[in-house]
Design a protein around this ligand. Structure first.
Ligand SMILES: *[C@@H]1O[C@H](CO)[C@@H](O)[C@H](O)[C@H]1NC(C)=O
Ligand SMILES: *[C@@H]1O[C@H](CO)[C@@H](O)[C@H](O)[C@H]1NC(C)=O
Length: 416
């Protein structure tokens, strides 16, 4: 009797384990410069395109997902800084199976790439967009409506060109938030600066803080903050706009920022300080080349940076570091004591030009978007060591593109 019970228990436990292993499939979305947004479905090692949508203008470039409302935003990189041209922003509701239903679309300043959602009082949300060719940062109030107007636009100008031809004009490449959600940072590849804004939580307006100069010829592209995650506390600052004091947030504990520079091929580490002036300041602690032997191969450029805890990852485009000229993913360890990083290892991107990659929430899988190959490779990530392991699945998503053009797979994210 006891034996039978035990046997039944063992069997049902095994059944539960099997069910868990066969858990609901994961979905991802990818944009391609061919004018499509794709829904991808990953079930174990079975990986396929389950929806293809002609949308997001001529050059779908980047995706940002609001998982609370299941709203996906796509920026279209069409257009330049010439105001007679434009890009677009499109919002979709994402069904449980990852299929997208368009909610609204509007024209934007040209050259929209990365975007970020930020929150004001009463859970009011806004989205900011970095416009690479448009030399601007713009914002919209959410939810997005058809033909909505830009809420705010910051247009940048340069007196002198930068170190290389790519620095002919300001080129904001990303917009990202500090860990308290109070500041927005935009690395500008053309100007060699970080634009810094304080978010007014009542209106969603951005006010300019002093920008941060990055070494000439660096070409800052993407950054991530690191925080020890001990929360945030109210922070009263003197306000320049009439109010004697303004309420903001400051982190409890330590905050740092890690930046990759496309042109200089370097990574920089900053200490971050919250000041009574109502802005944040960055103090550079380290500059290194995130590559073996501290030297970036000729023509190779760092692209995306992500972190989990003290494990940092940088994708390297066109280093051809693996057989078949496959490019590399570099892992760096952050010293918990100093906050400085050092190279751990280099693993294959399983394709060419890994423009974007995304770690899933569980931290056990990484989706690598190889632009020129137009593939999404899923690789295992060891949650203990942080090391990237074998390829679980790989999928061709649209046609390959030529290296160094606006062709191929432009971005990939997880539906979570
Ligand atoms: C948005 O603009 C387009 C083109 O001008 C127009 O056809 C459409 O009716 C507008 N939609 C709304 C909701 O105003
Ligand atoms: C490059 O990566 C792809 C994807 O994993 C693989 O199919 C191909 O064999 C690799 N090339 C070589 C020469 O190993």
């Amino acid at each position: 009797m006891h034996l039978l019970n035990h046997l039944l228990w063992t069997l049902s436990a095994a059944a539960i384990t099997t069910t868990a292993a066969l858990a609901a499939p994961s979905h991802l979305w990818a944009t391609h410069y061919n004018g499509n947004v794709y829904t991808l479905t990953l079930s174990g090692d079975a990986f396929s395109v389950t929806d293809t949508r002609k949308t997001c203008g001529d050059l779908p470039s980047w995706l940002t997902f609001d998982s609370h409302t299941r709203t996906l935003y796509c920026s279209d990189e069409s257009g330049t800084s010439d105001p007679s041209t434009h890009g677009s922003l499109t919002a979709y509701h994402a069904a449980a199976d990852g299929v997208l239903h368009e909610l609204a679309t509007t024209e934007t300043i040209g050259g929209g790439v990365n975007s970020v959602i930020y929150e004001g009082d009463n859970r009011k949300k806004f989205i900011a967009i970095a416009h690479y060719e448009g030399s601007a940062v713009s914002t919209f109030a959410l939810p997005l409506h058809d033909n909505a107007s830009t809420q705010q636009a910051f247009h940048f100008h340069m007196k002198h060109p930068g170190a290389v031809s790519q620095q002919d004009a300001p080129h904001p490449h990303e917009v990202f938030l500090d860990p308290t959600g109070t500041f927005l940072i935009s690395p500008d590849l053309g100007m060699d600066v970080l634009h810094v804004y304080a978010i007014n939580s009542a209106t969603g307006h951005l006010s300019s803080c002093p920008s941060v100069k990055i070494q000439f010829g660096s070409g800052p592209r993407h950054g991530v903050f690191w925080t020890d995650g001990t929360g945030k506390e109210p922070w009263w600052v003197s306000a320049g706009d009439g109010d004697a004091q303004r309420h903001m947030w400051a982190p409890v504990g330590k905050t740092m920022m890690y930046l990759v520079n496309e042109i200089g091929g370097t990574m920089m580490v900053f200490d971050v300080a919250y000041s009574r002036s109502g802005c944040i300041s960055f103090y550079k602690k380290q500059t290194l080349v995130p590559y073996t032997n501290g030297e970036m191969p000729e023509g190779a450029t760092p692209a995306e940076i992500r972190e989990i805890g003290n494990a940092f990852y940088v994708s390297i485009r066109s280093d051809g570091g693996f057989p078949g000229k496959n490019d590399s993913m570099v892992m760096l360890d952050r010293s918990p004591r100093s906050g400085l990083v050092s190279l751990r290892n280099k693993t294959p991107a399983h394709g060419k030009v890994p423009r974007t990659f995304a770690i899933n929430r569980a931290g056990d899988l990484v989706a690598i978007g190889n632009q020129a190959s137009a593939t999404v490779a899923i690789v295992r990530r060891d949650r203990e060591s942080g090391i990237l392991g074998e390829q679980v699945a790989i999928l061709q998503v649209g046609e390959p593109g030529k290296v160094g053009t606006t062709e191929g797979l432009s971005s990939v994210i997880w539906d979570e």
